[in-house]
Design a protein around this ligand. Structure first.
Ligand SMILES: Nc1ncnc2c1ncn2[C@@H]1O[C@H](COP(=O)(O)OP(=O)(O)OP(=O)(O)O)[C@@H](O)[C@H]1O
Ligand SMILES: [Mg+2]
Length: 509
């Protein structure tokens, strides 16, 4: 930043501890008005903490927050909001059963003679939505709207409150490529109007395409700030991790064994609330020692496919067709019995299916392994052995902090994911089902998880990889199936398809 310009936002020596962890240990950050400023760094580096301090959700132990050169002292987010700051969180904070309109008005109701003036609020919102080309179905419960639309609602909520400084914490982690493109189009419009945007993300591609400058966090401190035009993804990755990271892993071709790990024949899914796309006669097989990638824009049946394989009996998934896991027909089996065949799962929604957020890391490491002979003796858990195994895994997978007593929900998003991956891989699975396995994890951890998936394959596992990240599917998959509107619409061998062709198939071309 050239000297003489007062930054729109400045953090000076911000410090925040949680127990023994210094989440921020003297963070310095300056953001120029009317720019998109990237904030990157490893999982647990302190990005969300710094943003929550700026937004008044947390109070600093030491250090200063300055807006336009003026020192601020927030008692709560209400103070920050009053000064024009808005934040969209890593996990959306929308209330599911309420309408989009109610969610926006919550806590910011316009009042006329003591009565909430909803028509006026609605007019203002519709004008805003029109101005930015963000269309929203205002009266539908928010949980029924696609994630991309929920994202829009979050942003409209900030604009409705006249935010001039917008903080977006990993906004694209759950968006489809199309939704991401439209989000960034809007951010550019906002920038053109002079708004200041802080964008926390792990996607170096997005950083390179859309930001003006970028600040790198590592271990609670800022380790660098660069102009985007003067850097490249490799340099950013190295700055984040503090060593050279391999971007774009080279995966040797598979040597599949003939016997299948998973066979799906004419799987169809009818009904089911909220499922926009059902499954229509999906058939494929995953052999041992092979990675089959399912590519597709989210919402085209991939979640339903995984659900139908792992929870075939669930009533809301009235399925037709047959699923065979490791040679056994499991169509009427209970989920636990299926997993005990040697199936590891990295679920799509880690907080809903993968972890018990209130329980300590140690117990989460045991989840699903309670009956495993490794940890139980005559029906009792051998807690000594469990602690040993958990602490080895936490080290090996670099879960930070390596504290077995910490409730899993207190780990940063990426570290929660590493914990799940550590637990699932130590089963030495014969079949691995990995749904969005690197969502929200940093570049170093992506490299690591990718290597582990390939190692599982080479160790004899069949791998079903479901991912909406094109790069990931292209790098890892020995075969790629494209799903569109509940059907498999294309199949490619490794190296036989370009990103562009795949994108077109994903769009239904
Ligand atoms: N409420 C809390 N209680 C205890 N520890 C916390 C709490 N919030 C954050 N931490 C810890 O502070 C550190 C920084 O976390 P933070 O969420 O800021 O990381 P991050 O950079 O946003 O990571 P990610 O990329 O994974 O989202 C982590 O070690 C985390 O476990
Ligand atoms: Mg975070």
């Amino acid at each position: 930043m050239t000297s003489g310009q007062t930054p729109a936002v400045e953090l000076r020596e911000l410090t925040k501890r949680f127990g023994g962890v210094a989440a921020n240990a003297g963070v310095n950050l300056r953001v120029k008005a009317g720019t998109i400023h990237g904030v990157i760094g490893e999982n647990g580096a302190g990005k969300s903490t710094a943003m929550k301090l700026l937004y008044g959700m947390l109070r600093p132990d030491a250090g200063d927050i300055l807006l336009g050169g003026t020192r601020c002292n927030w008692a709560s987010p209400a103070d920050a909001i009053a000064r024009g700051i808005g934040m969209v969180h890593q996990h959306f904070m929308l209330a599911g059963p309420y309408s989009a309109l109610d969610n926006i008005l919550l806590g910011a109701e316009p009042v006329r003679r003591g009565v909430i003036d909803r028509p006026a609020a609605r007019r203002k919102l519709e004008a805003l939505a029109g101005q930015y080309g963000l269309s929203v179905d205002w009266d539908r419960p928010i949980e029924e709207l696609p994630v991309g639309v929920q994202q829009r609602v979050e942003i409209l909520k900030l604009l409705y409150r006249d935010a001039r400084i917008l903080i977006l914490d990993e906004p694209t982690a759950v968006l489809t490529p199309q939704e991401t493109a439209s989000l960034f189009e809007n951010l550019r419009k906002l920038r053109a109007e002079g708004k200041t945007i802080l964008l926390v993300t792990h996607k170096l591609k997005d950083v390179m395409s859309f930001t003006d400058r970028v600040t790198v966090f590592r271990a609670g401190k800022v380790t660098g700030e660069v102009a985007t035009a003067q850097t490249d993804p490799q340099e950013l990755a190295n700055l984040m991790v503090g060593r050279k990271v391999v971007l774009g892993l080279h995966v040797p071709p598979a040597r599949p064994r003939p016997e299948p790990a998973l066979e799906v024949a004419k799987l169809s899914l009818k009904g089911g609330a909220g499922s926009r796309h059902r499954l229509a006669e999906v058939s494929f097989a995953v052999r041992r020692r092979e990675i089959v990638g399912i590519a597709g824009v989210e919402g085209n049946g991939q979640s339903e496919l995984v659900q139908a394989i792992l929870h075939p009996r669930e009533s809301r998934c009235r399925t037709a067709g047959v699923v065979r896991v490791l040679g056994r027909e499991v169509t009427s089996w209970a989920p636990r019995k299926i997993r005990e065949l040697g199936v590891a799962v990295i679920p799509e929604d880690r907080l809903l299916e993968g972890l018990l957020p209130e329980r300590p890391v140690r117990e989460n490491f045991l989840l699903g392994l309670q009956r495993s002979r490794a940890f139980s003796v005559a029906g009792f858990i051998d807690s000594q052995r469990l602690s040993e195994a958990a602490s080895v895994a936490v080290k090996e997978y670099d879960v930070r902090p390596p504290d077995l007593d910490l409730p899993a929900g207190k780990l940063s998003g990426g570290n929660q994911q590493k914990l799940i991956v550590a637990r699932e891989f130590q089963r030495q699975p014969s079949l691995l089902i990995a749904a969005q396995p690197t969502r929200g994890v940093d570049v170093g951890a992506i490299e690591f998880i990718h290597q582990r998936i390939v190692a599982a394959r080479d160790g004899g596992a069949g791998v079903l990889l479901v991912s909406s990240e094109l790069d990931e599917v292209l790098t890892l998959s020995d075969r790629i199936l494209v799903m569109y509107e509940g059907r498999v619409v294309a199949e490619f061998e490794r190296g036989r398809v370009t990103e562009r062709e795949l994108g077109l198939k994903m769009g239904g071309a």
